[in-house]
Design a protein. Structure first.
Length: 359
């Protein structure tokens, strides 16, 4: 049977995918440019069909703490917001990471700092990959470059979150959230029942009849015990880094120059590659799909053939630091970005490539 293909925004795809894969609860708060996630869920009324809870909290702080509570019970719970709203969630995210709880966070980035603009940006890379909140922790960060990936990464994000008992985040930008494309939504699957949750999440607070109580906390007053907890988490992060790196290469086999970009910047770069190759410039794209763990070994291997790398981002230069660390100064690395919500056209990227690397 042919799968149904529908036309929708990236934000809408997030909502429809969440309903179809059996998410138990969504807790959020409206903010441009991600408000369609909550609006679509409200329109679809999944509480009448799948039993999914959809709640507009009184604030972003309340929303992330509701996620904390739901995740503690082993439920598939999620939230979504945009840059300033995600900033408000950071303390709760740190608590969730410290308690080793699975959940999904969606950030559809807008320009900043501060209230900034409602236009698209990729300036939350540091916040997402370098901590954001306090303490030593990591989020599993997925960067979609299409509406299809917005839908697909909801399921993938939850799978990784539960596999490693760690929060996952879909880091999109306003372009991907607002653009409309064809998408194949996941096949519907029922929500897990209580018996399945108890079997799959023996650590969860599901009621302690017949067993000792489970305690969910990020607090440990004994410094030696806290160090043991930190070391355990570092071991888990090392496992994630070893096993969950994801990336895409486009036109890289004969490339003399590499564009490294994620999200909408990677989409723009694809057209830039077409234009550059028409001029005889051999250029390819390396697209990190997981921003953490960053696919550093794979980029380093590809960079061995390159004369130079151009990092294209909708920010002033953030992912470029990970790119430089990956290639260990063995190849020139330069940055091109636009700020304030301005999205560059493909020829701007080609011109930057010529000016910074080919000259």
């Amino acid at each position: 049977m042919a799968k149904e293909v529908v036309l929708m925004k990236g934000n809408e795809a997030i909502a429809h995918a969440a309903i179809r894969i059996g998410v138990d609860g969504y807790f959020g708060y409206p903010i441009t440019p991600q408000s369609e996630v909550l609006e679509t869920l409200a329109e679809q009324k999944p509480w009448e069909t799948t039993g999914m809870v959809v709640l507009q909290a009184e604030s972003e702080v309340a929303a992330i703490n509701m996620v904390y509570g739901g995740a503690s019970a082993g439920k598939m719970v999620m939230t979504s917001s945009s840059s300033p709203g995600v900033s408000l969630k950071q303390e709760g995210i740190s608590y969730i990471a410290g308690a080793e709880l699975p959940c999904l966070i969606v950030n559809v980035m807008r320009g900043g700092p501060g209230l900034g603009t409602i236009q698209p940006s990729q300036a939350d890379y540091f916040q997402t990959t370098k901590g954001g909140g306090h303490g030593d922790y990591h989020l599993i960060a997925l960067a979609p470059a299409s509406v299809q990936e917005m839908a697909d990464f909801v399921k993938l994000g939850f799978e990784l979150a539960f596999k490693y008992r760690n929060p996952a985040i879909i880091l999109a930008d306003g372009v991907i959230g607002q653009m409309m494309e064809k998408v194949v939504l996941p096949e519907p699957s029922p929500r897990r029942n209580e018996e399945q949750i108890i079997e799959q999440c023996p650590w969860a607070t599901t009621g302690c009849k017949g067993r000792k109580p489970n305690v969910i906390t990020s607090l440990e007053l004994d410094p030696y015990e806290m160090e043991k907890r930190n070391l355990h988490m570092i071991q888990k992060y090392n496992e994630i880094e070893a096993n969950e790196r994801r990336y895409e290469e486009i036109e890289c086999e004969d490339a003399e120059y590499i564009i490294v970009a994620f999200g909408s910047s990677a989409r723009i770069a694809q057209k830039s590659v077409e234009h550059a190759r028409e001029e005889g410039i051999k250029v390819g794209i390396f697209r990190p799909i997981t921003l953490w763990p960053f696919p550093a070994p794979e980029l380093a291997a590809r960079a061995k053939q390159a004369k130079g790398i151009l990092v294209v981002e909708l920010n002033s230069g953030q992912m470029i630091e990970d790119v430089k660390l990956a290639v260990e100064c063995n190849v020139p690395v330069h940055h091109f970005g636009r700020l304030g919500g301005i999205v560059p056209d493909p020829d701007e990227v080609v011109n930057a490539l010529k000016e910074k690397l080919i000259k």
